[in-house]
Ligand binder design. Sequence first.
Ligand SMILES: Nc1ncnc2c1ncn2[C@@H]1O[C@H](COP(=O)(O)OP(=O)(O)OP(=O)(O)O)[C@@H](O)[C@H]1O
Ligand SMILES: [Mg+2]
Length: 285
Amino acid sequence: MGKCISFHSYKGGTGKTTIAANFSYLLASKGYTVYLLDLDFYAPSLYSYFNYEPKYWINDYLRNKAKLDEVMVNSNDILNHKLEGTLMLGFAKGGKEDIYQLEGSLLNDREQQVKQFRNFIAMREELLVTNDADFIIMDTSPGIRYWSINSIVISDVILLTLKMGDLDLQGTLKMIREIYGSLVEHGTICKLLLNRVSGYCVPPSNIKTEPGLMGATDSFFRMKIDKEIGKLFNKSIDVDTLLEIPCYCDIQFKEKEFLTSYEYPSHPFTGKIKNLVSTLENADY
Ligand SMILES: Nc1ncnc2c1ncn2[C@@H]1O[C@H](COP(=O)(O)OP(=O)(O)OP(=O)(O)O)[C@@H](O)[C@H]1O
Ligand SMILES: [Mg+2]
């Protein structure tokens, strides 16, 4: 049976979509059947990594307006590279009306809400059982939003991304306490990904820096996280850090989003995400 993994974070812009897209691409390159779903209806961005606008969206499936195979797009039809495995993409539509249909209905149409959630669960089952998915990867909206919580609840593994230097540690801890904690106690695996840590960009030699400055903030931050999380859980439950990914200025300052692992297979970012692939494919969860 395949695994369902969601990427989530407290704050926006922590790297969820970038990591999810590259992770899915590299899993499919290794021969797996992967379904990458954009569930960030509030600010979808997966399409920008693939430069693609589909005919049908996940919204249509949830609202009974399209079948799953009409929604899913094979990346072979987009990328100029045949993969060893299969990467299928499901895109989200996030206009004002679309958000209202998927969330606004909460305010006054309970029946509609339940139907959409049932379709969501049916989608997971269809992908894992009928379509033999090895991995379902879900990209979510930051914070406590309706469809993010739905995604987290049906996931086997939650990867929680934090951007280094953010002041969001307290918010992340609050989410762990209020949401992840009870899921983890019932068997969901939750791991941290520290993204954009320092170390890749070295200041030019003509600029004097204080010795030990580079990386000092990161290790301090990491110690603080481990200590705070240690206080929340007993020893049998761990929400530890799975991976640290440096901040690569060449990725950050590019005008448009792009799929690094596809365009630059030897980039160190690709190497980092390959580590994530081997960690998760060898994990006993
Ligand atoms: N390790 C990294 N090094 C440099 N730039 C990065 C790194 N990870 C992500 N980025 C850049 O940071 C920006 C935000 O990343 P991304 O859109 O993946 O975050 P997100 O968590 O999905 O945001 P949102 O919450 O708004 O959906 C993007 O421009 C991306 O290219
Ligand atoms: Mg995103």
